[in-house]
Design a protein around this ligand. Structure first.
Ligand code: SAH
Length: 235
């Protein structure tokens, strides 16, 4: 998947997408990461400021009809889009970050990962983006939650992160992708007995029992198929 992000803050976003699993996946795509070769992910950035035809690279202006703040002008964004997508390509989706958009969720993340080759994300700033951008590019407005942020960068990064982990090879361990992991948030690691401010916090005994069926049932809050197995282990 080729992801194209149109943002006034490319460096801030790039710092995140170049780190951790997203960074590794992009390196792998360039053929440097032997272990993950074949992963298909690239994230590219386009700053509307670089494409503004106005004096002083101006990217915003006052809203027609009055109102507070400034609005991101269409021209620099449309020009940035043209650099990102010089030709129309099939399986392209254009998402405009907006607190009033369709709510982004896991189903949409999976759907995008499965069906999109070119994902364009437009991050707004100020009071938002000139409405004609949406019309001209056939963009879908997407919200990451019922709150208003100062810009579309975190929403764009959220979408990239959630979508990328469904691209085969992005996660080192495909087992981590199981959807029920998202719901069973109970995890422990070493030490078996954590001491904090003189109090003991032991790992639940059942997780040390080695009985997979019992452990899975316990994680899901269901009755244990073999409860005696645990009791036997108790001292
Ligand atoms: N008064 C404006 C506020 C815009 S916030 C309004 O009501 O639309 C500035 C930019 O941040 C938006 O253009 C959008 O790109 C982004 N943004 C803010 N909150 C968001 C959210 N919950 N989901 C997606 N994008 C958001």
């Amino acid at each position: 998947m080729n992801i194209h992000v149109i943002t006034l803050f490319p460096e801030a976003c790039k710092a995140y997408t170049d780190a951790s699993v997203l960074g590794r996946a992009q390196v792998a795509e360039k053929g440097k990461g032997a272990k993950q070769k074949g992963v298909q992910l690239s994230v590219n950035y386009y700053n509307p400021r670089d494409y503004s035809t106005e004096r002083h690279s101006k990217v915003d202006d006052k809203p027609f009809g009055g109102g507070p703040g400034m609005v991101m002008a269409a021209q620099p964004i449309l020009s940035a889009y043209k650099v990102a997508m010089p030709r129309a390509k099939k399986n392209t989706r254009v998402l405009m970050m907006s607190p009033r958009g369709r709510k982004f969720d896991q189903a949409m993340a999976k759907e995008l990962a499965a069906s999109t080759d070119n994902l364009v994300l437009i991050a707004g700033r100020y009071e938002g983006i000139d409405a004609r951008v949406k019309e001209i590019l056939g963009a879908e407005e997407v919200s990451v939650g019922d709150y208003v942020l100062t810009g579309g960068e975190l929403p764009a990064l959220t979408i990239i992160d959630a979508v990328a982990r469904h691209i085969p090879g992005v996660l080192g361990d495909i087992d981590s992708l199981e959807d029920d992991r998202a719901t069973s948030g109970i995890t422990y690691t070493k030490p078996v007995d954590l001491v904090y401010k003189k109090k003991h916090y032991p790992v639940p005994e059942i997780l040390l029992s080695g009985h997979t069926a019992n452990i899975n049932a316990w994680r899901e809050g269901k009755p244990l198929p073999d409860p005696k197995h645990v009791l036997k282990r108790k001292k």
